[in-house]
Design a protein around this ligand. Structure first.
Ligand SMILES: [Mg+2]
Length: 234
């Protein structure tokens, strides 16, 4: 029987990645007059910078913006003007105040799950930004706990499961990232459901696929029924 259901937030409950993609597109246009580089080369340079900076600044808008600034300086060999840097900082402010847009079916699903299970919201990123998004989502009251963590790895899941006071087998995590929301949960003996973020992917039927120790669904609306099935397993 599943007692605690934890859900990821970014790209599981609300849109997130699209905002970063849009900002990255605008970044290419901003840098173009000062650096003669192909979009592909620029994206690859940015990705390397982001990966290098993760250990220093963590996930989220602030770390992303510092990586944009650093990439702009490096690719233009220092020619990027201060006014362009200011634009990047202004865009970071726009990103943190961008409206929280719930994915289809999220509110109904979370409300339904809250009547049957203890709910935990589990997300990583900037503390202030995530707290603000949780508050603005209108969903905060449905969760027993909100956990904003710096990394979603095995020790983190062990800590959260212990804090919830349940056996790993009674804990289920659902989210869009295999690496963060699924694999470490399965590794510590918990249950996991992968809900890929594919909003542009038009689908008609909701598909439930059993994987190697976890499940994949293509719509969060399928989560309550899947959990009900698991609850009746034993
Ligand atoms: Mg996510």
């Amino acid at each position: 029987v599943i007692e605690v259901v934890a859900v990821d937030a970014d790209d599981t409950l609300w849109h997130n990645e699209t905002l970063f993609e849009l900002t990255q597109e605008r970044f290419r246009a901003l840098v173009a007059p000062w650096a003669d580089v192909e979009a592909e080369h620029l994206d690859a340079h940015l990705l390397r910078t982001e990966q290098r900076n993760l250990a220093h600044f963590g996930y989220g808008i602030k770390g992303f913006t510092l990586s944009l600034i650093e990439t702009a300086i490096e690719l233009t060999e220092g020619r990027i003007p201060a006014s362009a840097i200011q634009t990047l900082i202004d865009r970071a402010r726009e990103m943190v105040s961008h409206p929280v847009e719930l994915l289809p079916g999220v509110r109904e699903t979370v409300e339904r799950l809250a009547t049957t299970h203890r709910l935990v919201l589990m997300t990583k990123g900037d503390l202030m930004d995530q707290e603000s998004k949780v508050a603005r989502s209108g969903l905060a009251d449905l969760f027993e706990r909100v956990e904003i963590v710096s990394e979603k790895d095995e020790p983190t899941y062990r800590r959260i499961i212990t804090a919830c006071g349940v056996e790993p087998g009674r804990f289920l995590m659902a989210g869009n990232s295999l690496r963060s929301d699924v694999l470490p949960v399965v590794a510590v003996g918990g249950n996991a459901v992968h809900i890929p973020y594919a909003i542009t992917w038009a689908h008609e039927a909701v598909e439930v696929v059993e994987r190697d120790g976890w499940w994949t669904i293509d719509d969060i609306s399928a989560l309550p029924d899947l959990i009900a099935t698991l609850d009746h397993r034993d």
